[in-house]
Design a protein around this ligand. Structure first.
Ligand SMILES: C[S@@+](CC[C@H](N)C(=O)[O-])C[C@H]1O[C@@H](n2cnc3c(N)ncnc32)[C@H](O)[C@@H]1O
Length: 260
């Protein structure tokens, strides 16, 4: 079951991803585009917030943050980290069950693939709620695992694992292992996401995160090659300004605005 996998993973998540070199580089790339969009009128709903790093950071610039996640263990860790931010609250909530929370927000944020845990039908239902419940001018800022990650294709091809090299092409949920627990992942292209939201939303921006910087499962390989990783990060800073990178990177950012 999806949630159980993330409950099991929660206590190792920050070590494995948040504070890994790849994790820090990819997150910093997200912040460089996210933070300038926020201000003291932003009422942010963060979905799939994980261990809460983003919510606490975002809270410094915004009126309020309600950060939600399906995993009780993740939310326990978030609450333990929140010493003083009165405008940031955390709550256990499935994306599929959000209603009032969407209505009360003007900015919905999802980082690093939580939305890849939704099937196409669940995604379409979430998009329909955003269409019905959000006011005009509301922003959606999502970071999603894309379909054509060049790193992943080359890495698994090189290892002779054709199935994994092509797994992001699949239109059905792909069985994924984290920390020994299985859950399903659905991969999406920027175009597929824009289609869920239709003409009620306009695409403001899309670009890649992790085109040269590799996916986080390559962290161990790069742990003694920090200089090389810094070089790759420099290339990402140069190239990930362009929208075409969204199609080939590990993750992509998509920023949509409600227009009617
Ligand atoms: C890869 S982690 C990303 C966490 C965090 N956003 C970050 O940037 O590190 C994915 C998160 O999505 C959550 N998640 C998965 N399916 C979900 C669902 N249907 N509703 C809410 N959260 C979900 C998991 O519990 C997990 O914390």
């Amino acid at each position: 079951m999806q949630v159980a996998s993330f409950d099991n993973y929660a206590k190792n998540y920050d070590d494995h991803f948040t504070f890994s070199l790849v994790g820090l580089m990819q997150r910093h790339a997200v912040y460089s585009l996210l933070m300038p969009l926020l201000n003291n009128k932003s009422r942010v709903l963060e979905i799939n917030c994980g261990t809460g790093k983003d919510a606490l950071e975002i809270g410094k610039y915004t009126l309020s943050v309600l950060a939600t996640d399906a995993s009780t263990k993740m939310i326990e860790l978030c609450k333990a980290k929140n010493n003083s931010a009165a405008n940031v609250s955390f709550k256990v909530n499935l994306i599929q069950d959000l209603n009032e929370e969407i209505k009360n927000s003007n900015f919905i944020f999802s980082n690093f693939g939580g939305l890849n845990c939704l099937s196409p039908q669940e995604f379409a239902e979430f998009a329909d709620k955003c269409k019905a419940l959000l006011n005009t001018q509301a922003d959606l800022f999502f970071v999603i695992m894309g379909r054509k990650c060049i790193w992943e294709r080359l890495y698994f091809k090189f290892k002779g694992d054709q199935k994994k090299a092509n797994r992001r092409d699949s239109t059905i949920g792909v069985e994924t292992l984290i920390n020994g627990s299985e859950f399903k992942t659905w991969y999406y292209s920027p175009k597929e996401i824009a289609n869920f939201f239709g003409t009620e939303f306009k695409m403001v921006h899309t670009s890649g995160v992790g085109l040269f910087v590799p996916p986080s499962y390559l962290n161990p390989f790069f742990s003694n090659k920090k200089f090389l990783l810094k070089l790759l990060n420099g290339l990402d800073k140069l190239f990930c300004k362009f929208s075409w990178t969204a199609n080939y990177a590990d993750h992509f950012i998509i920023h949509l605005k409600k227009i009617n």
